[in-house]
Design a protein around this ligand. Structure first.
Ligand code: GRG
Length: 354
């Protein structure tokens, strides 16, 4: 199973907890088609769990403006459906055998069906967006375009040993932070917050989205495969050179790291990254040689301080996001939002987070 984020303190908000339940039900309903056979496919990922970070942020944004209205729940469904649609496509691109601890849609039904199911889910998100009005609908459509463009940039920079922090930031802002930003801003819009407050929430979400992705990228280096639900170092195998790797490539052991990364690429190209359909279900099968190269790379990234520097980068942004909330009156919701950075970074091994 992949790691989840616990949201301590959420039980103090029974209205948000019950709104999240409603989002859950509506989301599954929204992914159904006329017949049960195809519905099993189109609703498969919606039923597979997930942290529901985006709907939660939409609801918290709405709660900042007062009560959670029906439109806030719809906003929560729309943003999670966009997330789900992009996951369908992401798993096809990565040939991923698993998602959320289960076989992926593509592993079960093939790439064509997975792409179509993803498109259907996205179409349902845009129907809901249209019901929320033109401003919401434009924001959701723009965000979807941004996510797709971010993914195109990521693909075009695969295995690029010249990858830099600026380029990395551009990619993660687009592929991850844009939807997190939209989620909380849209929630605030549904509650009628003033434009300047909505803009602050959007910026808060952008910064937290960066924190979220950097934490994910650090986990790829220092996590355990059991808890991640995928092999450690998968990003390096796939040629996605994230912040710790970029720092490593600028460290005094850059040549050594570049050599390991070149070898991993060679092995990936010759061996592929096969899905092993064993008794325990689909999973990645990584050769001993790739695993040993990955383990050397990960150790180097920790020893050169590249992991630590990535965490500092994330922590700076988490603090900046928290500081933005000063414009809102103190309240339990603001307090919860102030703690989101710590929650995200709390997913990382304790000894890494100061
Ligand atoms: C939407 C047509 C279309 C294409 C999408 C593949 C692609 C283009 C974009 C990739 C977007 C993507 C998957 C970004 C990564 C975002 C991310 C951090 C995913 C993991 O999110 P979590 O941890 O997952 O919230 P859960 O399972 O908890 O929901």
């Amino acid at each position: 199973m992949s790691e989840g984020i616990a949201f301590p303190g959420l039980d103090r908000f029974p209205d948000i907890v019950s709104a999240l339940d409603l989002v859950e039900k509506r989301m599954v309903e929204a992914t159904r088609v006329d017949d049960p056979v195809h519905s099993e496919i189109t609703a498969y990922l919606a039923k597979a769990g997930g942290k529901r970070v985006r709907p939660l942020l939409a609801l918290l944004g709405a709660r900042l403006g007062g009560v959670i209205a029906e439109t806030a729940i719809e906003a929560g469904v729309a943003v999670e459906l966009i997330h789900l649609g992009s996951l369908h496509h992401d798993d096809v691109i990565d040939e991923s055998p698993t998602r959320r601890g289960r076989r992926s849609v593509n592993a079960n039904w093939g790439n064509s069906v997975a792409i179509l199911a993803g498109d259907l889910v996205l179409a349902r998100a845009s129907e809901i967006g249209a019901r929320l009005g033109r401003r919401a609908s434009e924001l959701l459509a723009r965000t979807l375009g941004t996510i797709v463009y971010g993914q195109m940039l990521e693909l075009s920079r695969a295995y690029d040993l010249e990858s830099d922090v600026e380029g990395y930031l551009e990619i993660i802002e687009k592929k991850t932070a844009s939807l997190i930003s939209t989620s909380i801003a849209l929630g605030g819009m549904t509650a009628g917050l003033e434009d300047s407050d909505v803009e602050t929430l959007a910026e808060y979400g952008r910064l937290m989205g960066i924190v979220f992705q950097v934490a994910d990228d650090v986990l790829d280096v220092v996590g355990s495969s059991d808890r991640l639900g995928k092999p450690v170092g998968l990003d390096m195998i796939e040629g996605t050179y994230t912040l710790p790797v970029i720092y490593g490539l600028r460290s005094d052991r850059s040549e050594e790291l570049a050599g390991i990364l070149r070898r991993i690429k060679e092995l990936k190209m010759t061996e592929g990254l096969v899905a092993d359909d064993g008794d325990s279900g689909a999973r990645y099968a990584v050769s001993d040689e790739i695993a040993s190269a990955i383990s050397r790379a990960c150790k180097l990234l920790v020893d050169t301080g590249s992991v630590g520097a990535s965490l500092d980068f994330a922590q700076d942004r988490a603090q900046a996001a928290k500081a933005l909330l000063a414009r809102f009156e103190e309240s339990p919701v603001v307090e919860l939002l102030e703690g989101v950075g710590e929650m995200i970074l709390g997913r990382l091994p304790k000894e890494l987070v100061s």
